[in-house]
Design a protein around this ligand. Structure first.
Ligand code: SAM
Length: 211
């Protein structure tokens, strides 16, 4: 699916997104978010910020720039930021596949449940890599294809339905894509089988951006 179609899908989805996700959020996702985001430091880029569900999970002393290509999702995030009285979060309308930032300016990059949706995930991940400082860390909380053939049968069955409903794929090989974009993968923690994972990665020191 192309970028503008996916963004429009999220504009429509923004009206019911929090409601749609609330059972999973209560049961599991909020715990996963708290675990992953406690590790953010310094100047943080959150890509695909959505409705701002991560805002409350950040350490107090970080500065967050959140981007999303859906104005509908950003409006919800803005409202959440206002309601929470946050002063350390700035939101921008932007496509992760073409980030409008200079190279090497962020200490931490964050994505939660985003690279299942980005139309060209490796392009988006390369952009995240570009804007991260050498030695900077990336925190990915993502769902992806499993290593288990049995689980993948289910994921392949779900994939066309999820693509139509939410523009999301259940069979992306996100860990492999992160590596392809140049990141050095550190700790990987499986949270729901190996379908939902926290992947900690770094941009190695001394790396240049031209790939
Ligand atoms: C499943 S939602 C996750 C939202 C949020 N990160 C969360 O954890 O609740 C995926 C988000 O990624 C955004 N997104 C997808 N592709 C994008 C792109 N190319 N550039 C910017 N945002 C994108 C969508 O608009 C949506 O807000």
């Amino acid at each position: 699916m192309n970028t503008s179609k996916t963004a429009s899908k999220y504009d429509r989805f923004s009206k019911v997104y929090d409601l749609f996700e609330s059972p999973m959020e209560r049961r599991a996702f909020s715990k996963y978010r708290a675990k992953a985001l406690s590790l953010a430091e310094g100047k943080v880029l959150e890509v695909g910020v959505g409705t701002g569900k991560n805002f409350q999970c950040y350490p107090r002393n970080v500065e967050v720039i959140g981007i999303d290509f859906s104005r509908g999702m950003l409006e919800k995030a803005e409202r959440r930021g206002r309601d929470l009285g946050l002063k350390n979060v700035r939101l921008l309308h932007m496509d992760v596949q073409n980030l409008e930032f200079e190279d090497s300016i962020f200490d931490t990059a964050v994505s939660t449940f985003v690279f299942c949706t980005v139309p060209d995930p490796v392009k988006g991940l390369r952009e995240v890599y570009r804007v991260l400082k050498p030695g900077g860390k990336a925190i990915f909380l993502e769902h992806m294809k499993s290593e288990s053939k049995l689980l993948n049968i289910l994921l392949y069955l779900m994939d066309p339905i999820m693509r139509i409903l939410t523009g999301t794929s259940t069979i992306r090989e996100t860990q492999r894509n992160i590596k392809l974009a140049g990141f050095r993968i550190g700790r990987v923690e499986n949270l729901f089988f190996d379908i939902v994972r926290i992947i900690m990665a770094t941009k190695p020191l001394g790396e240049c951006n031209s790939r």
